[in-house]
Design a protein around this ligand. Structure first.
Ligand SMILES: *Cc1c(COP(=O)(O)O)cnc(C)c1O
Length: 410
């Protein structure tokens, strides 16, 4: 396992790097990374080999983002893609061939499951889905042809934690690589490579951009062979991020550490508050489940547990619907990671095409709601959640002055 190279905590490291990303250093350089829209780059000589030649292969604006994302994990420059799923597709094509096997956590992002269940089998690549929070299940699922273990921690939407070091040891013993989808925490809170993973996987569309304006995906690694192969696949499939999206993502990345630190603090306060509310049947937030969850959270992401909180209201799908429709601040969308507080009803939205029994297996009940906490003050968000809870209980009167009473009554 690679030693933690940075002497600083993930958030301090990110704070030191992010604000100055892409800053020009020479006399008269632009302060902000320029958008280089040119598809093509000139040469002075036949056979010369300039850094950039054609923007399907590489582009200066995309390269600036790649350098920054790599530095955030003390790794080599990242490889950036049009979307998170384009990055995952390239990952699978780069590392797997017909006859190979993948072990994957069962509560990963739905699009990851769809690729592994519906596309890769047609290429002769099989996958076993297991509960990655239990390392023994991962070890049992390993086959002689397993080449890749893929996990997401915290998981989506129930925010269970997977022990990255333990899974890395199991994967490496089997000579497989470990990829960790770190979209929910980002390298500002959790650095999977430090914990033994081989590849960190990102949808930069979420917290890294942070403003819901740019699609993107990124793969970060210290393994040069893996990165070369990923760049080759990207060139062959034409999945590089656009310069404009990379530029927007760079600008978002500059404030990532400060946003995610603040959003995590608010999310944790909301999770604790929700836990004390009567009509809330359960609350899912990293570190809040039990003691072992708390110690794993502290070890893997000591600076914060992320901005996503899920909770289950009593009364099933009807209550869930009433709750979200009564909110005024939280916006109903299929998205996480933006500056505004967002809410999702997984059973009818992100996981609507997952059969009900499979949903139940991974803890997605009809009354489950997923909150992506934004930058608003905690009291204002809680005030809105009180509206949601009132719509279920109808036991409180509305109005700001009554919020305090509602909190005690609920
Ligand atoms: C959104 C998301 C993805 C896919 O990313 P896109 O940019 O939407 O393609 C992958 N993993 C996680 C955890 C996500 O939230």
């Amino acid at each position: 396992m690679r030693k933690s190279i940075s002497a600083h905590s993930p958030i301090d490291n990110a704070l030191r790097i992010c604000a100055g990303i892409g800053k020009g250093l020479g006399d008269g350089d632009p302060l902000v990374t320029p958008i280089v829209q040119s598809t093509t780059f000139t040469r002075t000589q036949v056979g010369s080999n300039p850094d950039h030649q054609y923007s399907r292969v590489s582009n200066p604006t995309v390269a600036a983002l790649e350098t920054a994302l790599g530095r955030l994990e003390d790794a080599l420059p990242a490889v950036c893609f049009t979307t998170g799923l384009a990055a995952e597709t390239a990952l699978f094509l780069a590392l797997l061939k017909s006859g190979d096997h993948v072990v994957c956590g069962r509560s990963v992002y739905g699009g990851t499951t769809r690729l592994l269940q519906q596309i890769l089998p047609e290429l002769g690549i099989s996958c076993t889905f297991i509960d990655s929070t239990k390392p023994a299940e991962v070890a049992d699922a390993i086959q002689q042809n397993t080449r890749l273990v893929f996990v997401e921690t915290p998981s989506n939407p129930t925010l269970e934690l997977t022990d990255i070091s333990a899974i890395a040891a199991i994967a490496h013993k089997a000579r497989a690589l470990l990829a960790v989808d770190n979209t929910f925490l980002t390298a500002a809170l959790q650095r999977p490579l430090d914990l033994g993973a081989d590849i960190s996987v990102y949808s930069t569309t979420k917290f890294i951009d942070g403003h819901s304006v740019a699609l993107g995906g990124a793969l970060v690694s210290s393994n040069k062979d893996v990165l070369d192969r990923l760049r080759f696949i990207r060139k062959c499939t034409g999945a590089i991020q656009t310069p404009f999206d990379a530029w927007l993502t760079i600008n978002g990345l500059k404030t990532l550490p400060i946003r995610i630190a603040q959003q995590s603090r608010t999310a944790e306060a909301i999770a604790r508050w929700l836990s004390s509310q009567g009509v809330v049947a359960s609350v899912y937030y990293p570190g809040l489940n039990d003691e072992s969850d708390e110690s794993l959270a502290r070890r893997q992401h000591p600076d914060g547990n992320g901005a996503v909180v899920s909770f289950e209201v009593e009364g099933g799908i009807e209550a869930g619907k009433r709750f979200v429709e009564s909110l005024e601040l939280c916006t109903l969308v299929e998205h996480v990671g933006s500056v505004e507080t967002l809410i999702t009803h997984p059973a009818s939205m992100t996981h609507a095409d997952v059969p009900e029994n499979e949903r139940a297996e991974v803890g997605i009940s009809d009354g489950l709601l997923r909150l992506s906490v934004g930058l608003e003050p905690v009291e204002i968000i809680i005030e809105d959640l009180v509206r949601g809870l009132e719509s279920i209980t109808l036991s409180c009167s509305t109005g700001e002055s009554e919020v305090g009473t509602c909190l005690t009554n609920l």
